[in-house]
Write a protein that binds this ligand. Structure first.
Ligand code: CP
Length: 342
């Protein structure tokens, strides 16, 4: 089982993972030892503070062994194929977290995750590709549940594009779109024209909303979309259908108008929360005042990466642990003897 794209998970499973995550955080679920004797690779092609460190610490806390693998240090850097790399690493490791994408080639990062899923034969966890960031969104949902006493479906969430110089993956908005729709939340996505989300995710979300009973809307008007919001989540992403240069020119037009400031919070509900997955540069995506306001919950989101990912790992490896416990190893040895293997 992999954890690459939240569209593959139903409401019960997402709730199950969130419950585990919360229980691990409060200590009511003991996950120590859940990864005993398991080696989990962390294959990263780009920089990371939160994803890498929270996985390393979380895997350690669960009794496993995290192995950080920089693509630049592997033979991938000498053009060894992803198929060969996945096939070989799958024979050493018990699971792998992958962060890999190229902002010039939308879909390439996802294809890479799928090659590993196909050839490594071990659970693949998406640590951010060009389409999804499921671990971040599970941490965000855990944070919202904590802040709203588990009632996240009756809160109005605004998830908005915001200006940043750096071109970033649309992974977080896509994963949030999927999760919010599956769980039946009330969410509005705001962005300037040209920054539309992947239509396949939008269609899938609309279908999920029809089942979950949530509310999904889209807006090109940030002030209007801020009205009555309980949460404003700001996140920049690259325009999917544009080249790097085209995107740069387009986003530059929105440098000042698509930056969250106090005036958006005046439109929002009192004590509305500010969210961002980090990293953030003060003055980009939001003003310094907004980023540092008392109701900014950025560090809580970051902290919850640790617990949400342990929840994911606990879910992915539970079957394996149970299966392993049921195997009668003495029968296996007998049959191996019989076959002349031992
Ligand atoms: N939010 C997030 O994924 O942070 P890092 O890039 O530091 O891992």
């Amino acid at each position: 089982m992999n954890f690459i794209d939240l569209r593959n998970y139903n409401k019960e499973t997402l709730e199950n993972i969130l419950n585990r995550s919360g229980a691990i955080k409060t200590g009511s679920l003991d996950a120590q030892g859940a990864l005993k004797n398991k080696n989990i690779g962390l294959l990263f092609a780009s920089a990371s503070t939160r994803t890498r460190v929270s996985f390393e610490v979380g895997i350690n806390r669960m009794g496993g062994n995290p192995i950080y693998l920089r693509t630049a240090d592997l033979q991938l850097s000498n053009h060894e194929s992803f198929k060969d790399t996945a096939s070989v690493l799958g024979r050493y490791l018990d699971g792998i977290v992958i962060r890999m994408y190229d902002m010039e080639k939308y879909g390439w990062g996802r294809a890479t995750q799928e090659i590993f899923a196909k050839y490594a034969g071990i659970p693949v966890i998406n640590g951010l590709d060009d389409q999804d960031h499921p671990c971040q969104v599970m941490a965000d949902l855990l944070t919202l549940k904590e802040k709203f006493n588990n009632n996240i479906t009756d809160k109005k969430i605004l998830f908005t594009w915001a200006f940043a110089e750096r071109q970033k993956s649309p992974g977080v908005p896509h994963s949030m779109l999927t999760a919010a729709s599956t769980l039946g939340m009330d969410i509005t996505f705001a962005y300037p024209e040209g920054f539309e989300l992947d239509e396949r995710y939008v269609q899938s979300a609309k279908a999920a909303m029809a089942v979950s009973g949530g509310k999904l809307s889209f807006s090109n008007n940030l002030m209007e979309a801020s009205q009555g919001a309980d949460v404003i989540y700001a996140k920049s992403w690259k325009a999917l259908s544009k080249t790097k240069e085209e995107d740069k020119a387009l986003r530059g037009q929105y440098r000042d108008t698509w930056r969250i400031s106090d005036k958006h919070f005046l439109e929002a509900n009192r004590n509305a929360l500010f969210m961002n997955c980090l990293p953030i540069i003060r003055g980009e995506q939001a003003t310094k005042e907004v980023i540092d306001r008392p109701d900014s919950i950025l560090y809580d989101e970051a902290e919850n990466r640790l617990y949400a990912q342990q929840g994911v790992l606990s879910y992915l490896f539970e079957d394996d642990t149970e299966k392993a416990a049921k195997v009668n190893i003495w029968n296996t040895v007998d049959s191996m003897n019989g076959a002349g293997v031992v």
